[in-house]
Write a protein that binds this ligand. Structure first.
Ligand SMILES: Cc1ncc(COP(=O)(O)O)c(C=O)c1O
Length: 367
């Protein structure tokens, strides 16, 4: 698509993020009902009832601007994490925080090291700022940290590590990550994107990254309320970092970037331990079910520490994806990540996982 003639020339290189179609549109287009969305790694159980109640209560205040400092959420989250309130920055989803880091640090020609494949926002944000992408392919679906270290140059400004990674789903254990962080010069910022933290931390060797913060003033840890806490639609995430990095990010943050409903919902969701526990249980058992059923179908599934899984269908996944759509099951084909035979499926509720497997069996016969 053509850009406005005076647009910054580098914008021509920026990939457009392809949003999925609304469920209602798909139902209309394909003539199907009861569509299930297993494509965006949301919480299949929905939001915490406590968060919903808090949102209802706060609706009467939406003629007011939100609290630009996220006062109550900041205080509660700092307590919860055992960090200083001054070490937190909130974002309109953790997406926005990732963009802030790039906006604040990366200029023309600066190098950003990232895995391939990884979360698309890193690439988009870097291209918007006219930075240079330095991609390091994953090996066997694991980060090649040695390879990333070797790519460090005097122009490197930033390194993105999604732990666990999306779309791959695997994580870097504590010891390997620590060794890597020690090897990175302290003037290069490392973003540790922990969007799937709550799921991954069930593994005993998953890093306790907040412990690293004291050691590495160049580290930014980002997390979100979109996944395990079920608040994707409200958009709220946070970054934890050293004060100087927090101040840096705040320079590029709009004053009211986290909306009023998101703030009260996040606060309430943090207190709903039962809902989180239920969510983690559902993901654990759904994951085991999918492992079992997919291996019965002789399909390769990448062992995941998240609420989604990457599955190799051993054929062009686009066609299978289309057939699944017609059966009312939305998954994500991975062609855009260069993984043409793969789909990514979000772990759903029990009945959803079962329906996905039934639909997949049929789709594989047709494709
Ligand atoms: C690795 C990773 N990071 C960050 C995000 C952003 O999530 P949000 O902006 O909803 O916090 C996602 C969402 O899919 C993700 O997969």
């Amino acid at each position: 698509m053509e850009l406005f003639p005076t647009a910054k020339p580098n914008l021509a290189r920026v990939k457009n993020y392809q949003p999925g179609k609304p469920i209602e549109e798909l139902e209309r287009e394909y003539g199907v009902h009861n569509v299930i969305k297993m494509a965006s790694n949301e919480n299949a159980l929905g939001a915490s009832p406590k968060a919903l109640a808090a949102v209802r209560k706060a609706l009467k205040n939406i003629h007011r601007y939100p609290d630009g400092g996220c006062f109550y959420l900041r205080k509660r989250l700092a307590d919860f994490l055992g960090v200083d309130p001054g070490n937190l920055v909130f974002g309109n989803g953790s997406d926005e925080l990732l963009v802030f880091v790039v906006r604040a640090l990366v200029g023309r020609g600066d190098e950003v090291i990232l895995a391939d494949p990884t979360f698309l926002i890193y690439e988009i944000a870097t291209q918007v700022e006219n930075g240079k992408l330095v991609k390091v392919p994953v090996r066997n679906f694991q980060y090649d940290l040695e390879g990333m270290k070797d790519k460090i140059s005097p122009k490197t400004k930033l390194i993105f590590i999604a732990n666990p990674d999306n779309p791959v789903g695997t994580y870097i254990p504590q010891e390997r990550l620590l060794k890597f962080l020690k090897a990175v010069p302290r003037e290069i910022v490392v973003v540790l994107d922990e969007a799937y933290y709550e799921f991954a931390k069930e593994n005993s060797d998953y890093p306790d990254s907040l412990e690293f913060l004291g050691l590495f003033p160049n580290l930014v840890v980002t997390r979100t309320f979109s996944k395990a806490y079920g608040l994707s639609g409200l958009r709220v995430g946070y970054a934890v970092a050293d004060e100087k990095l927090v101040n840096t990010l705040n320079k590029v943050r709009e004053p009211f970037n986290v909306n009023l409903l998101a703030q009260v919902a996040a606060l309430a969701a943090l207190d709903d331990k039962a809902h989180l526990k239920k969510t983690l249980q559902a993901v654990r058992s759904g994951r085991n079910y999918l492992y079992r059923e997919l291996s019965r179908l002789k399909l390769e599934i990448v062992k995941t520490a998240t609420n989604f899984a990457l599955v190799d269908l051993g054929r062009d996944a686009k066609n299978v994806y289309e057939t699944l759509l017609k059966a009312g099951v939305i998954v994500r084909p991975m062609g855009a990540w260069g993984l043409k035979s793969f789909i990514r499926v979000t772990i759903g509720k029990k009945q959803e996982n079962e329906r996905f497997i039934r639909a997949l069996k049929k789709a594989l016969m047709q494709n």
